[in-house]
Design a protein around this ligand. Structure first.
Ligand code: NAD
Ligand code: TYD
Length: 357
């Protein structure tokens, strides 16, 4: 049985990947996560008792702790998702983004390189360091065109600049030291267990609470939306079959303006949980000041991933969003713990000592 390190496995995408790998592979996972505000072990309740899932509350900037985990668990690869991930937070406080996304990735690369250098030839050849990144490193598109693996980097927010820096480090560790890396750049994800600071869960929960739905600017910025479980499947596919040193762009082929996203959400809520006064949730839409430096449009050409590894998303935006809305309506406990902050004590209350790596 091979062991993999998953960093950031208590976050939105990382927890989807952990759930997928436990359900659909034989890997033993060591989930390495600092549990910032975005880390939530309650999102891993489904796998908490699985003997193939071990958890370590570790900061990826802590080299000694990483070295100890490498020598204890002898992994066959690392899938690196740990990051500070919210653009608005990066505008208000970029420091944590520089620390985790750049210094943390550097520290993890160095710990991985030290471990990998000491492996026997065959294990060394099989080892993979898979870096999970975003399409935001490519900057902002006009009305037409799509990002691809060959698009020049042009990050414009502290978040995207810190992710771009980490992408460059990963490629440098491959070219300079021969570390067998893979990189993926994905478009906006949505789905279950999404922290309600990002557009879709924030709008959904504000709507149910009777609060305003704050649309930045005119609501005409465009994002390319991908259901999170489709992203997790793409990561598994690239980790297992991607060519070393290559980058793969991942996207949902589902471009929507923010206004279209909010309107579709409101329609779904009008159907599944109509307002008591009979009015549409759309009446809660409110325009607010735009985000500084707000990227206009993102869109991904995922043709390389389709051609080389036969991946395409299973969910359309309509089917994925309907699943997402139903999930939030069906999981009031997860929602209320996230909103009250109670999820952060879940570790102490519920996480079995024997599952700690
Ligand atoms: P998230 O914010 O939900 O989760 C991040 C996780 O990393 C959390 O569990 C957090 O506790 C952990 N973490 C943060 N700092 C850490 C540190 N110093 N050491 C160890 N763990 C730490 O993020 P997400 O949306 O799941 O994104 C995961 C990755 O995917 C990120 O690298 C992000 O840049 C990338 N990505 C996200 C999207 C998206 O739409 N959300 C799209 C493309 C790429
Ligand atoms: P977000 O979910 O923060 O993802 P990203 O900035 O990484 O794309 O935002 C998605 C889009 O929604 C983005 O164009 C900003 C916009 N937005 C709003 O209009 N209102 C909000 O309250 C939030 C959080 C985002």
């Amino acid at each position: 049985m091979q062991t993999l390190f998953i960093t950031g496995g208590a976050g939105f995408i990382g927890s989807a990947l952990v759930r997928l790998l436990i359900a659909e592979s034989d890997y033993r996972l060591v989930n390495i996560d600092k549990l910032t505000y975005a880390g939530n072990l309650e999102s891993l309740a489904a796998v908490a008792d699985d003997p193939r899932h071990l958890f370590s509350r570790t900061d990826i900037c802590d080299r000694a702790a990483l070295d100890a985990l490498f020598s204890r668990h002898h992994p066959a690869g690392v899938i690196h998702l740990a990051a500070e991930s919210h653009v608005d937070r990066s505008i208000h406080g970029p420091g944590d983004f520089i620390q985790t996304n750049i210094v943390g990735t550097y520290t993890l690369l160095e710990a991985s390189r030290a471990y990998w250098s000491g492996l026997a030839e065959e294990e060394k050849r099989g080892f993979r360091f898979h870096h999970v990144s975003t399409d935001e490193v490519f900057g902002s598109l006009g009305e037409t065109g799509q990002f691809s693996e060959t698009t020049a980097y042009d990050p414009r927010s502290p978040y995207s600049a810190s992710k771009a820096a980490s992408d460059h480090l990963v490629r440098a560790w491959h070219h300079t030291y021969g570390l067998p890396v893979l990189a993926t750049n994905c478009s906006n994800n949505y789905g279950p267990y999404h922290f309600p600071e990002k557009l879709i869960p924030l709008m959904l929960l504000n709507a149910l609470d009777g609060k305003p739905l704050p649309i930045y600017g005119k609501g005409d910025n465009v994002r390319d939306w991908l259901y999170v479980e489709d992203h997790a499947r793409a990561l598994k596919r690239v980790f297992e079959g991607g060519r070393v040193g290559e980058t793969y762009c991942i996207g949902g082929n589902a471009e929507r303006t923010n206004m279209q996203v909010v309107d579709t959400l409101c329609e779904l809520l009008d159907r599944f949980r109509p307002r008591a006064d009979g009015q549409s949730y759309r009446t809660q839409k409110t325009f607010v000041a735009d985000r500084p430096g707000h990227d206009r449009r993102y869109a991904i050409d995922a043709g390389k991933l389709k051609t080389e590894l036969d991946w395409s998303p299973r969910e359309s935006f309509a089917s994925g969003l309907e699943k997402t809305v139903r999930w939030y309506l069906d999981h009031p406990d997860w929602v209320s713990h996230v909103r009250s902050g109670e999820y952060q004590t879940w570790l102490e209350r519920n996480y079995a000592e024997r599952r700690t790596a």
